[in-house]
Write a protein that binds this ligand. Sequence first.
Ligand code: HEC
Ligand code: HEC
Ligand code: HEC
Length: 115
Amino acid sequence: MIDLQKTTVWLFLIALMTAGLALLGQEKKPPDKLTFDAKNGKVTFDHAAHVKSAKGDCKTCHDKLFPESASAPLNFKAGVHKPAEKAKTSCGSCHRPGGNAFESKGNCAKCHVKS
Ligand code: HEC
Ligand code: HEC
Ligand code: HEC
């Protein structure tokens, strides 16, 4: 025998779960540019250009190097970037001696722009 009230509750719960899963599966829109504050000049990270140089592969950086959140810590600044470069983490995964992008040494002004 079907208990109408129970059925209604179940249908409601299933609808709620489906909506939740749809929301989770939604791809977040990638940002164009992100700006990071630093005392020695703020840094503009051209997200779109970096996506292009990674041939559109989000997995190059997410979530291995960075979470998909502009408010999450970058963990790049410690020891003026030396520890991150050595450990090949954060921006230092590519921006390091021998990496596929310029290292921090001698290139401060390529990232840090004083206003
Ligand atoms: C070269 C590395 C790199 C690649 C490739 C990359 N991202 Fe990101 N993304 C970042 C960084 C760095 C952040 C900021 C992380 C932080 O602040 O801790 C970020 C943040 C984001 C955010 C959060 C924006 C916000 O306003 O909170 C989204 C969404 C995102 N990326 C989506 C994508 C998508 C989709 C792709 C693939 C098309 C992609 N990213 C490829 C480096 C990358
Ligand atoms: C997956 C590798 C990768 C990661 C991770 C990465 N970059 Fe880059 N970045 C590149 C490449 C490749 C270039 C272009 C080659 C070059 O100029 O050496 C570049 C260029 C740049 C430029 C120069 C743009 C210009 O106008 O010349 C800046 C600034 C920059 N990256 C900042 C950052 C910052 C800040 C982070 C961390 C939030 C970061 N990058 C993480 C690969 C990366
Ligand atoms: C590849 C880009 C890049 C290069 C090159 C670079 N920086 Fe940075 N720097 C950043 C980013 C991004 C941050 C913010 C990091 C964070 O929040 O974890 C930062 C943060 C810093 C901070 C911390 C500032 C604060 O307000 O706490 C200092 C100090 C610093 N950088 C010094 C330097 C010096 C000195 C050089 C040159 C030897 C340099 N950086 C080269 C990207 C770069």
